[in-house]
Ligand binder design. Structure first.
Ligand SMILES: O=C(O)CCC(=O)C(=O)O
Ligand SMILES: [Fe+2]
Length: 209
């Protein structure tokens, strides 16, 4: 866990520098006790009619560092075309994706990856281990990083961008709103993950929360 935390801090330092911020920007924001979780997920091999997998979503937070086995099934969506792309498993590598919090804060300079896991019909169980790296739960996250130069916006802006935005918006409509003028609550936002990724679990256990 320590190594994953260090790796994540290093990646966030690179992100800060790429935005023209001081390297420790996110480390300072994340506080003494960043909220990180390691999830060990098993996707049993099922027949085609089953609906086990992980629905299309953006991760809610800042950074996800994911290890997957060789079975495959994780797909990311090309923001420009909407096309689903396989993430081909490569031994001894992590998949690094950005979440919605960093997307919001950077005014879309960093794009939160829409992704999903297909039904596993491979005949072998699939295992994945995502590490989610976020600020401490009581951190207040500013709506936008002040004075950010967004002129270098990446060239996602094609005619299809509106459609993608609409899709993404429909995925990320929050059922939990805890924002104030000072920013929004990292903790409440992260809880939203359950709702997005595992709607049946949410409906069964958290519907009244
Ligand atoms: O299992 C995977 O490969 C992805 C899981 C995922 O997207 C998530 O838990 O947020
Ligand atoms: Fe995810």
């Amino acid at each position: 866990m320590n190594q994953l935390e260090n790796l994540s801090h290093t990646i966030m330092e690179a992100v800060a520098l790429s935005l023209g911020l001081k390297a420790s920007y996110f480390r300072d924001l994340f506080g003494e006790t960043p909220y990180y979780r390691l999830k060990c997920a098993k996707y049993p091999s099922v027949n085609k009619a089953a609906t086990i997998g992980c629905g299309a979503h953006k991760d809610t937070g800042f950074l996800t560092v994911l290890f997957q086995d060789m079975v495959g099934g994780l797909q990311g969506q090309d923001p420009a075309t909407g096309q689903w792309l396989d993430t081909k498993p490569i031994p001894d590598t992590f998949i690094v994706t950005m979440g919605e919090a960093i997307e919001k804060m950077t005014g879309g300079l960093y794009h939160a990856t829409v992704h999903r896991v297909l039904n596993n019909t491979s005949g072998r169980d699939r295992y994945s281990i995502p590490f989610f790296f976020d600020p401490s739960l009581n951190a207040r996250i500013p709506f936008e990083i002040e004075n950010l130069d967004t002129s270098a916006e990446l060239d996602y802006t094609t005619a299809k961008q509106d459609q993608v935005d609409e899709l993404v918006h429909s995925l990320s409509t929050s059922s939990i709103d805890d924002s104030t003028s000072q920013g929004w609550s990292s903790g409440a936002h992260i809880f939203e993950t359950v709702h997005r990724c595992h709607p049946e679990v949410y409906a069964r256990w958290y519907n009244k929360v």
